[in-house]
Design a protein around this ligand. Sequence first.
Ligand code: HEC
Ligand code: HEC
Length: 269
Amino acid sequence: MSRFNLEILLGIILVSFTTVIVVIYAFNEEDRMAEEAEAQHARAIEVGATVYENNCSGCHGPKGEGILGLCPPINDGQFFTTRLEEVGWSGSLEDYIISTVASGRATSTRPDEYAGQGRPAMPAWSDEFGGPLRPDQIQNVATFILNWESTALEEYVLEELATPTPSPEEEADPIARGQRVFLDRGCGGCHTIEGLSAGTVGPNQTNIGTVAETRIPGMSAEDYIQESILDPSAYVVEGFQDDVMPKNYNELLASEELSDLLAFLLSLR
Ligand code: HEC
Ligand code: HEC
């Protein structure tokens, strides 16, 4: 072999070798990018879960099961199949969630199911609309909700979430019963009680039993709390909006539920 041919052969071997290295690297890079995308998706779901727990679970339920008469479930088959058609939305479900959550909803789209629903039905969440969340947090909470799709379509949710039957002791204690009413009726979606609920739409009620004594001079704490529940506009707490708390609790609450709620709230001192 001439020296010239040998050089060509070496050249070819070198080029082929480099090509093989580049191809192997490219394949690995594709895998690496897929892994990175998956990890990012998992992180978004995790962050979204925290946003959900802190801001949404009080109304839409810890697992998206909704609260009868107050807010719809968003972890159910119907939300993932027919809902967009129902409201005439032509974009993706992700865009629907982001847009609804960002700007809130002025009035319920199902006024019959949520009769007398406070206005707005859902406050705006994006800081662009005066709410507490940044766009990336809303994106993450949407990713978290979309991740419910597979289980929602299996419709395991409602069975799994059937409220456990109260113990006989709980059943016999008006304060314990009242605490349950507070959660079941969605009060916790708007009101914080330390250790129990985290809503921030309405005033914190951790000490409402004491605060209620001072709201209206001459009015007892019990009368004030009852009036606040049945007729929220009668006295609007400074710094909060009127017409947000639902005005139909006198229809929604059985009289026993109301008296249990009063016993519970009066005990918070
Ligand atoms: C104060 C109670 C409340 C809170 C808190 C709340 N929502 Fe809502 N949400 C509602 C109501 C009421 C509706 C409107 C129901 C209707 O149109 O009938 C709604 C609608 C929605 C919808 C559209 C559902 C549908 O079927 O069209 C989504 C998605 C949603 N909320 C997500 C969220 C997320 C995410 C959060 C937390 C960042 C949140 N919500 C916090 C009350 C609430
Ligand atoms: C959609 C949000 C929302 C829900 C749900 C809600 N509230 Fe409220 N609530 C508010 C807002 C906002 C205020 C403050 C404005 C006002 O005084 O009407 C308020 C005020 C109150 C007050 C007066 C608090 C004070 O510091 O003087 C009481 C008591 C009260 N709510 C109890 C309840 C109970 C009990 C429930 C459930 C049966 C409930 N709320 C459900 C939003 C809500």
